[in-house]
Design a protein around this ligand. Structure first.
Ligand SMILES: C[S@@+](CC[C@H](N)C(=O)[O-])C[C@H]1O[C@@H](n2cnc3c(N)ncnc32)[C@H](O)[C@@H]1O
Length: 341
């Protein structure tokens, strides 16, 4: 397969593994090139390369559906069904190529087995595997089991939040921030970001959360990944913690993603940060700015309680993202570095 075809297969695979919404899915190299702005490739050449060609259909069967990792940790059957339905509809609509018999076989199987979507009369969506690639080659994957709904069992912690993608992208381009460091994820949720840090060179990672159901999901998620450093999950409730608990974490680097959304949580979060963010410890924090007042209040409190702390806003890349974002929230995430000079 030529280089462009391989690039398109990898792009499709990354989106598929992350279960990117099909209405935003990029099926041809042109769209990806146009959105990334990373190459000067002429669009007339690029338009000929789409997911519908026979070569690409076969590559999707072999390198996406029959990839050993995908077979072990597949996206939900309902998503796989919708993905193939969309692809087959595109192929039929173009009326140029035949649909590959292998694709049809996988689709026929999914017709029999995949539950319908809830809006089509199917059962509520179940937790499922998502895999987030830390590179464009799908070599370094973080696989987590997570809910597909925003709030589940009364907590926001059972799915990955987009703010954590921004911080992961920062660490991918600045691995020195993690290398050789003990990393502590505060309010880890399902654990995507902490597990990513383990794969990006941390010496040790501790995922922490105050919700035991969330923590148990995070613990299972560690086990789905081959992490190269000790990676564990422990309870850390910001409203009820001890000095001994904080000392046992031996934190060099704190990571915090999407924790400032709830005004009632600001005081406990400031308290735990005050206890753990001392000279020599760095905190990296990403937040979706949903309620600017809560956010401003949070930083005012941090400056008051952690006297002398520096807060730098880190620049974010605005194109060629590795992860797939909901376009609505792309504008509103900020990433900060907190440290004592
Ligand atoms: C919006 S989720 C963010 C999860 C994850 N950091 C991410 O970005 O995907 C907020 C997390 O904070 C945790 N949390 C909320 N209040 C907490 C508290 N008082 N103590 C410890 N964790 C708490 C929740 O259980 C949840 O996992």
């Amino acid at each position: 397969m030529d280089q462009d075809s391989s690039m398109l297969v990898l792009l499709i695979k990354r989106q598929f593994l992350q279960m990117r919404q099909l209405r935003q899915f990029q099926w041809s190299l042109t769209e990806s090139i146009a959105s990334s702005g990373s190459t000067t490739k002429s669009s007339s050449v690029a338009t000929s390369l789409s997911a519908t060609t026979p070569e690409m259909q076969q590559a999707i069967v072999d390198k996406v559906f029959y990839d050993p990792h995908v077979m072990k940790h597949p996206p939900s059957p309902t998503y796989q069904y919708s993905f193939l339905k969309k692809l087959i509809t595109m192929i039929e609509g173009e009326n140029v190529h035949e649909i590959s018999s292998d694709l049809l076989e996988i689709f026929a199987d999914l017709i029999m087995t995949a539950p319908k979507r809830p809006e089509d009369g199917g059962p509520p969506l179940e937790p499922c595997f998502k895999s987030y690639s830390l590179d464009r080659e799908c070599k370094k994957l973080v696989t987590v089991m997570e809910e597909q709904t925003t709030i589940s069992s009364g907590t926001t912690g059972l799915r990955t939040w987009e703010a954590s993608f921004w911080l992961a992208e920062y660490f991918i381009s600045h691995p020195e921030a993690l290398e050789g460091k003990n990393v502590v994820d505060i309010g880890c949720g399902v654990g995507f970001l902490g597990i990513a840090c383990a794969l990006l060179g941390a010496k040790k990672v501790v995922l922490t959360d105050g919700n035991t159901e969330v923590l148990s999901m995070a613990r299972n998620n560690i086990s789905y990944n081959v992490v190269p450093c000790p990676t564990t999950a422990s309870l850390l409730d910001w409203e009820n913690f001890t000095k001994e608990q904080i000392a046992a974490l031996e934190a060099d680097v704190l990571i915090l993603s999407d924790l400032t959304y709830d005004p009632t949580n600001i005081t406990p979060l400031v308290n735990v940060l005050k206890a753990i963010l001392v000279k020599g410890v760095s905190a990296y924090m990403s937040s979706a700015i949903r309620n600017p007042k809560t956010f401003v209040d949070f930083f005012a409190r941090i400056k008051q309680e952690c006297v002398g702390v520096e807060i730098d806003e880190l620049p974010l890349q605005d194109a060629d993202h590795l992860f797939f974002f909901d376009t609505d929230t792309v504008q509103t995430v900020k990433v900060f570095h907190l440290y004592f000079p």
